[in-house]
Design a protein around this ligand. Structure first.
Ligand code: ADP
Ligand code: MG
Length: 234
């Protein structure tokens, strides 16, 4: 099973003679229910690739498919709706809304989708508990440590039960012990909720927890290593 794929995708930045490809003719398949690390030095195109999978950015050419849907064929409004329903994001700088409590930050993407408030409340509380910050539900992001903020961000990314979670260097702003705990939490949540994770990192240590490692360099795919057997026949 495939969670997402790129088919001959190129993303150019700049115009005319100054145009440079951030990604150049990349084709890759990301397995469903797998924990995939996107690895490459700074400037290799990791963020560009995650933004394409997330429908935050569009390919200059080629096709991007997520959960069976070709993103290129969607209008902007339909694309943001697809994103809200099917994709979760975790960022390097946490990106929580500073004036909302931890609880409200996690509830926010669910509130956008509508649905009964009581069900929302149960989902939000269960997730805050699962990521270990239930006791801080009423706090603002500024009253939480970096690791606690990232835990809230993980809950926010998962609360809509997305098919795909994208995490762009989620441990880059954390000390190494906290980073290790966050990776392990994401690993646990990925398994428990049977979702697909792609996270970018240039930290070789983090690769150890991956099912699959996608290596890119200078905007080109270098290799895809399947580190573990797939539990689901492909
Ligand atoms: P990584 O996340 O691996 O560090 P990026 O995807 O951010 O790499 O960048 C890949 C390449 O694309 C880099 O050379 C970068 O300078 C370039 N790039 C990324 N975003 C832009 C942009 N908005 N405008 C111009 N160039 C960009
Ligand atoms: Mg980046």
């Amino acid at each position: 099973m495939i969670a997402a794929s790129l088919h001959n995708v190129t993303r150019m930045y700049g115009a005319g003679a100054a145009a440079v490809p951030a990604l150049c003719d990349v084709s890759v398949e990301i397995g469903a229910n797998r924990f995939t690390v996107l690895r490459g030095p700074s400037g290799s195109g990791k963020t560009t690739m995650l933004n394409l999978f997330g429908g935050i950015d569009r390919a200059t050419s080629g096709r991007v498919i997520v959960a069976g849907q070709a993103l290129d064929s969607l209008q902007d409004r339909t694309l943001s709706d697809f994103r809200a329903r099917h994709i979760g994001f975790v960022f390097q700088s946490f990106n929580l809304i500073p004036v909302l409590s931890a609880y409200e930050n996690v509830e926010y993407p669910l509130a956008l989708l509508g649905g009964p408030k009581a069900k929302r409340r149960a989902d939000v509380l269960a997730l805050l508990d699962a990521v270990g910050v239930a006791q801080h539900a009423h706090r603002l992001p500024g009253e939480l440590s970096g690791g606690q903020q990232q835990r809230v961000a993980i809950a926010r990314a998962l609360v809509t039960r997305p098919a795909l979670v994208l995490a762009d260097e989620p441990t880059a702003n954390l000390d190494s012990a906290t980073g290790t705990a966050i990776i392990s939490l994401m690993r646990t949540m990925q398994r428990e909720r049977a979702t697909s994770f792609i996270f970018s990192s240039h930290d070789p240590q983090l690769v150890a927890s991956a099912d699959d490692v996608v290596d890119i360099r200078d905007g080109r795919l270098v290799s895809v290593e399947r580190m573990t057997e797939s539990e689901v026949p492909q």
